[in-house]
Design a binder for this molecule. Structure first.
Ligand code: UD1
Ligand code: UDP
Length: 360
């Protein structure tokens, strides 16, 4: 029996690990799969709700690290995870995505000689001012197995000198979760609760430091939303980082933009699926909208997920007032792009990953 531990910490990690856990349940004779939660995100709406929505088991370990500077958060996660590895003696560790929990746990397990995999390896925005880009590059440089969501990831890893035999294009576990949860989303009452009708609203999330940690930029983006709100209902799920800044800078938010606390995964999928378009700076939402064929305006100058722009519904728009508004008006005037679904984004990526781990 081999012991495998997967790491979750922040909101986008839960949907990437849930289907991997389910895939391991089909191999109970070979694997004991457990989950460690670092506690990087801890609000009920940023953490607990996903366990219920994704039918995930309670984590076997909870490190409770909470918020902090990059160095303090990363180091607290490392110390906590080292204890877990000493106690549990895993044969294999899986980290996902690009958050501080990802690099912290990879660095810990690799140095303890534990075979370690990165799910969502190889993505690059080529913007090193993003903390996530540093986490991605550093994680991929040290882990043993690289599970990749899209072809650009393979190209990036090869260019950086990764061993070709460690690179596996498997598809997207986030889409596995989406396909699992979409039937539940059909039963969500969120549209009724918010008084919305299909295709008659835009859904918004913004949380990148480059957009929300600079007061003028955040105010400009809220002005864009107010202007969009003159043409269509706007629902803005406000991330705690963004909420904190709105409060500390005493920003008056537009009356015609509906600000809501972060919602659970099933409700958010319902909002996304039925929206006229999404406006976001999230990584995962660029992928989800591509599969749902919902137009997506990404308020960024680069993306680590180029396939969503190349064949999906995503457009990158420089976060400036005129550019953002033009992009929104184009969609509202009926000029949005139709997308295709990337290869292997078929709901089966987690099974491919577990098959590959089995074959090792
Ligand atoms: C983190 C990830 C980012 C990811 C995002 C997903 C890093 C470096 N960043 O950014 O890549 O896209 O999660 O949502 O790992 N806070 C709360 N409650 C919570 C969590 C956070 O109030 O449950 C507040 C705290 O004030 C905290 C701030 O949000 O200081 C930022 O949290 P943090 O985890 O440091 O970064 P995120 O912006 O959430
Ligand atoms: N999400 C959610 N509720 C919300 C906003 C987003 O469940 O109110 C989901 C979304 O569907 C996606 C994930 O959170 O699956 C994306 O996480 P986030 O944008 O926080 O992180 P990123 O992908 O940018 O790292």
């Amino acid at each position: 029996m081999k012991r495998v531990i997967s790491v979750v910490g922040a909101r986008p990690n839960f949907m990437k690990v849930a289907p991997i856990h389910r895939a391991f349940q089909k191999h109970l004779e070979k694997f004991d799969h457990a989950i460690v939660h670092t506690g990087q995100h801890y609000d009920v709406s940023m953490s607990d709700t996903f366990f219920h929505d994704l039918d995930m088991p309670t984590p076997s370990w909870f490190l409770g690290v909470g918020s902090g500077s990059h160095a303090s958060q990363t180091s607290r996660i490392m110390m906590g995870f080292e204890k877990v590895c000493m106690e549990a003696e895993p044969d294999y560790v899986i980290v996902v995505g690009d958050v501080n929990s990802t690099i912290a746990c990879a660095l810990t397990s690799v140095k303890m000689g534990i075979r370690t995999a990165h799910v969502e390896a190889g993505l690059r925005s080529f913007d090193r001012s993003m903390p996530e880009e540093i986490n991605r590059i550093a994680t991929d440089a040290i882990v043993d197995d690289l599970f990749v969501t899209e072809p650009a990831g393979v190209t990036n890893l090869l260019r950086e000198g990764a061993n070709p035999s460690s690179i596996h294009l498997v598809g997207n576990t986030m889409i596995d979760s989406m396909m699992y949860a979409l039937p539940k989303a059909e039963a969500s009452s969120i549209l009724i609760d918010l008084g919305l009708r299909t295709s008659e609203y835009a859904v918004v999330t913004l949380h990148r430091p480059s957009n929300v940690d600079v007061q003028e930029r955040l105010e400009m983006l809220l002005n864009v939303l107010a202007e969009i709100g003159r043409r269509i209902h706007v629902v803005f799920s406000v991330h705690p980082r963004t909420q904190k800044n709105i409060k500390q800078w005493n920003i008056t938010t537009p009356e015609n933009v509906r600000l809501i606390s972060p919602v659970g995964y099933v409700d958010f999928l319902a909002l996304l699926k039925n929206a006229r378009f999404a406006l976001t700076d999230s990584g995962g939402i660029q992928e989800e909208t591509t599969v749902l064929n919902v137009p997506c305006i990404t308020a960024r100058t680069s993306t680590e997920r180029p396939i969503t722009v190349e064949i999906g519904t995503n457009v990158l728009v420089k976060p400036e007032y005129e550019f953002m508004l033009t992009a929104a008006n184009q969609i509202l005037d009926g000029r949005s792009r139709k997308g295709a679904i990337p290869d292997l984004w078929d709901g089966q990526a987690s099974h491919r990953i577990v098959q590959l781990i089995t074959s090792h």
